[in-house]
Structure formats: C-alpha cells, structure tokens
Write a protein that binds this ligand. Sequence first.
Ligand SMILES: Cc1ncc(C[n+]2csc(CCOP(=O)(O)OP(=O)(O)O)c2C)c(N)n1
Ligand SMILES: [Mg+2]
Length: 430
Amino acid sequence: MASAFSATKFAAHPFNTISPTSQNKPLKIPTAASPFLGSTRKLLRLTSQLNLSRRSSGSVFAVSDVVKEKKPTPTPSLLITKGEGLVLYEDMVLGRAFEDMCAQMYYRGKMFGFVHLYNGQEAVSTGFIKLLKQQDSVVSTYRDHVHALSKGVPARAVMSELFGKTTGCCRGQGGSMHMFSSEHNVIGGFAFIGEGIPVATGAAFTSKYKREVLKEADCDHVTLAFFGDGTCNNGQFYECLNMAALWKLPIVFVVENNLWAIGMSHLRATSDPEIYKKGPAFGMPGVHVDGMDVLKVREVAKEAIARARRGEGPTLVECETYRFRGHSLADPDELRDPAEKAHYAARDPIAALKKYLIENNLSGEAELKAIDKKIDELLEDAVEFADESPLPPRSQLLENVFADPKGFGIGPDGRYRCEDPKFTEGTAHV
Ligand SMILES: Cc1ncc(C[n+]2csc(CCOP(=O)(O)OP(=O)(O)O)c2C)c(N)n1
Ligand SMILES: [Mg+2]
C-alpha cells in the first residue's frame, strides 16, 4: 500500500509537524490591500509559508497525485478498496445533497432560525467519521448536519429536527445547530463557537477514566472534536489542548479551516495562521492536510485515531477546506472574492473522488449515478417524513430546561406550569 503516512513517522516525536505534499497550487492571494484581508506584508509571508507545493517531507498523497502517478488499472497500492471508495462517495454525496435540500426547504419556510450548510467541506467529515466505531464520539459546531449524517444518524431524523418535529433526533427541540444522538454518540452541535471543545475533552476524559480507573479494558473509544479556524482564536481551544496533552486523552482536534469566520478572513484575524503549528506547542503532533481531498484526510485521520486508541494521546489536525455557500443561509455571500471561490470550486472533493474511482477502475459512471439516485430518493423520503411528522406539544417547551422536575417548570399538581392559565397571564405564584 502506497502509504501515506507512516505510523512511525507520525508518532516518532511529539513535537513533529507533518506536512503533505500536494500538486494543488496554493491559493494565489492578492497582494493589493483589500478591505477584507490583513496587511500585504502578512499575506506575502503567509503565501510563501503556505506554498504547499514547496513543502517537503513526503507523506500523504492527493487524489490528483495518485491519479497522475498510477496506471489506470487497480493495483494493490491503491489507497482504498472499491468498497471503501463507494462508502466514501456515498457519504459525501449524502452530505452535499442533504444540504442542498436544506437550502430549498429553508427558502420554502420549512425551517426556522439560522441554518449553516457544509457544502464543500464533505471530505473532512467523511474522511474522519467513516473510520469511527459506533461507540466513538463526535462533537460538532452549528455546522453540524453532515457530521451527524456521517456518524449514522438517519436523514429522516436530521431533517425532522430541522423542521422542528417530534420525530427529529432531539424531538424538535434542538433545531439546526443542536444535533444530538446518544445512540450514535453525536454529543452535540454547539451554537457558541468553541463550546463543543471542552465537551469533547470531557468525553475523551470519560473514555480514559473508564479504561484506567474503572478497568474497563475494552474501552478504547476516541472522540473527534470538529471546529473552525475562527474558533482557534478562542480561549477554550487552548485550555483544552493543554488538558488533552497533559492527560494524554484519546481525542483528535479537527480544525476545519475554511479561511473565513463569517466575514472575517482567517489571515486578518490570527497572528500565526498556520493552526497545526499550535499542536507541538502543547506537546502533541500538529498535521496540516488538504481538506478537499478525502483520501488524504482519511490517511491522516487513520493515524490520528489509531494513535488516540493506542493511548498515545491527542493530535491536532488542520484541514484546509472551503465552504461553497455563505456562512449561513441568511448570508448573501458577497464578501468573498470570486477568484477565491473559483479556486476551491475547482477542487470539489466529490468530483475529485469520482475521478479517482473511475480512473482506477474502482467504479464507473453508471454505478456512481445509481448512488446519486439512491440518495435523491432517500432525501425525498426524509422531507416527506419530516413534513408529515407532528409538531411537539406545547407542554414539551419546558422539558429538559429545568433539572429539578419539581422546580420552576412543573407545578405542585404535577403539570407543566406553562399549562396553567395563570402562568401565561403572568399571575401565577412560582
Ligand atoms: C462565543 C461566540 N462568539 C461569537 C459567535 C458568533 N459567531 C458565529 S459563527 C462565528 C465564526 C466562526 O468561524 P469558524 O470557527 O471559522 O467556523 P466556520 O463558520 O467557518 O465553520 C462567530 C464569531 C458565537 N457563535 N459564539
Ligand atoms: Mg471558518
């Protein structure tokens, strides 16, 4: 197997940083001052630092690298089997099509509040989460639908949650930014940036505690914490890196660096934009990977997850990615440079994997089209199911809001106080 990412190299030294080689040309960042970017000097420094094609230390192949280097016949050195390739393809198509359907439903007034889509970033979710076991945990952000889908939460349950229906994975009480499923160990989408990182750190601590203190020898669960570039300027990120490294927790911090935090350029907001370098500062490996290439992401994820499972501690992985839509569906997306958008559109992770599968005779147009069709049907069904599902009863409003069932939410008669007419009149004695 043409790997990749030798495990020994990865784990050799906790202060290692590993960079990918890539044929992808780095984004040409404009040198003229722009109202949305930082100083030209800083940009020039970054352009030269991020010149991926000049990075040394061979390690992870890009889809395009492999396609270029290999003959179009399957060989034992391919990075994936046919079965694995189809799983990755189906998951990414599901993520993309689900989000496109969300946009349609949002504009038809079926969803409320902010809805943040994941289009363009699929290789990160798929590349990582498809390697997990059911008992491993995922912690997300407000951009969480696709993480939940990759982890196995049914499309019906995610769509119904978005519609605010009782059949949703949080019975309609969470909505777009709060996907949760204890069955699938999706332990939350979080609307406040950085808020999920301590929760993920706690989950990883639980796994370690079970294994080492409670002597549950088979507890080797790993937690993945997903969050964005903007979130890495938040204090909780640093506190948790410290704790995770100190206690060697089984966690992978996955930064989805899509270059923007709403309308704030990453380059303008961060003193050192190369986020992966912050790992070694805390004594854990930091890895940069092309997040538009699912095979590269998967190779990096494999080793980071295995390292955590072996009890060797956390890893910080920075995935360079891009969102193909605005920050949320309320964002007209007028700030970003069309040239930048075109640069990343040309690196669409689904198109790249499709090309790889076909050129290596792992699949063909007809087989992939059949997957696309299956996903379309699945989503039609999810929308129909969500639409027909009932809304939660009014009494569910205060459920899970108060820890003490005899507290504010429930009156002495055992009924919800909101059902007491005096409550809505504002005359109830609480
Ligand atoms: C604690 C906190 N401060 C501010 C916000 C407002 N806010 C919402 S999204 C966002 C940008 C986050 O960017 P990034 O981490 O790069 O994630 P992306 O949206 O790009 O996936 C901010 C500042 C928030 N949600 N929480
Ligand atoms: Mg971002």
